[in-house]
Write a new protein. Structure first.
Length: 276
């Protein structure tokens, strides 16, 4: 390489480094949200994962809420127990009595919402997304949505610690509408598997949501800024590598939902204090 071109390249790299650091310094770090309690670090949606994340300094958590046949709220992501537990079938078709002995593949008990909420009840300043897993209309016909939402809303607000934020989130618009009817000021997030867009922002606003959760891949900084201008907080997912965290910071999102929260906490701690 010719000396002049080498100098220009070095100048460009130095300029890029300065710009990147200025951007990091200007943007507050996104909340690290432990997806299912750190699904790639612990068995997902278990107290082991949530407890370990809290003890590591994580203060953001995402989990999934379902309702049993007899109206009790439990924590499970999938439509069935098959993948994660030593049982099969949908929890919606089972009673609490039938679920009391169900454990994960590694022997941890099926987690009930009350146990989860009790753990965080004396821990102020946490950010929790309670994803309402009601999209399967065979499991959650319209007639079941009101009962589900009333129970979830009441349980969450009865135990929420001071300075904590509990967000009701879903891909399904029905429970978001029901929560909004119960409390027009309740924190709500509309989720989509697509990048942030004007159409998605408009849908969230129409529902009365105050935040959105969108796919980090394809989301632009401008779309995040547009969401902010509309008064929406932005959560980007998935997060499965340090590069995703850096991208989330660069995009200027408010929350980064990651499957490796304790690893990202370590990455964050290595950054200069002003850029975390």
């Amino acid at each position: 390489m010719q000396p002049s071109r080498l100098i220009l390249s070095l100048v460009f790299l130095c300029h890029s480094f300065v710009v990147l650091n200025l951007a990091f310094a200007a943007d507050p770090s996104p909340i690290i949200l432990a997806h299912r309690g750190g699904a790639h670090e612990y068995e997902e949606n278990t107290m082991e994962g949530f407890r370990a994340c809290y003890e590591r300094g994580i203060r953001g958590y995402e989990t999934d809420i379902r309702m049993t046949k007899d109206g009790v709220l439990v924590i499970l992501h999938d439509d069935t127990l098959n993948r994660t537990h030593n049982a099969s079938g949908a929890v919606e078709h089972k009673t609490v009595a039938e679920l009391k002995d169900v454990v994960t593949k590694k022997g941890q008990k099926l987690l009930f919402l009350d146990e989860f909420l009790d753990y965080f009840a004396d821990k102020p300043g946490v950010y929790i997304e309670l994803e309402m897993k009601t999209s399967n209309k065979k499991l959650y016909p319209d007639a079941r949505i009101a009962e589900y939402c009333q129970k979830l809303y009441s349980a969450a607000n009865a135990r929420k610690a001071d300075d904590s934020t509990y967000v009701f989130s879903s891909f399904d618009e029905r429970p978001l509408k029901a929560i909004h009817t119960l409390d027009s000021k309740a924190p709500m997030s509309l989720i989509a598997s697509k990048p942030c867009s004007a159409e998605f922002i408009a849908r969230a606003k129409q529902l009365g949501a105050d935040r959105i959760a969108c796919n980090i891949n394809g989301t632009s900084r401008k779309s995040v800024q547009d969401a902010h201008k509309q008064g929406l907080l932005v959560n980007c997912w998935p997060g499965r590598a340090a590069a995703d965290y850096y991208l989330a910071k660069g995009l200027g999102v408010d929350v980064h939902c990651t499957d490796i929260p304790t690893a990202i906490q370590g990455v964050k701690e290595q950054l200069p204090t002003q850029t975390r």
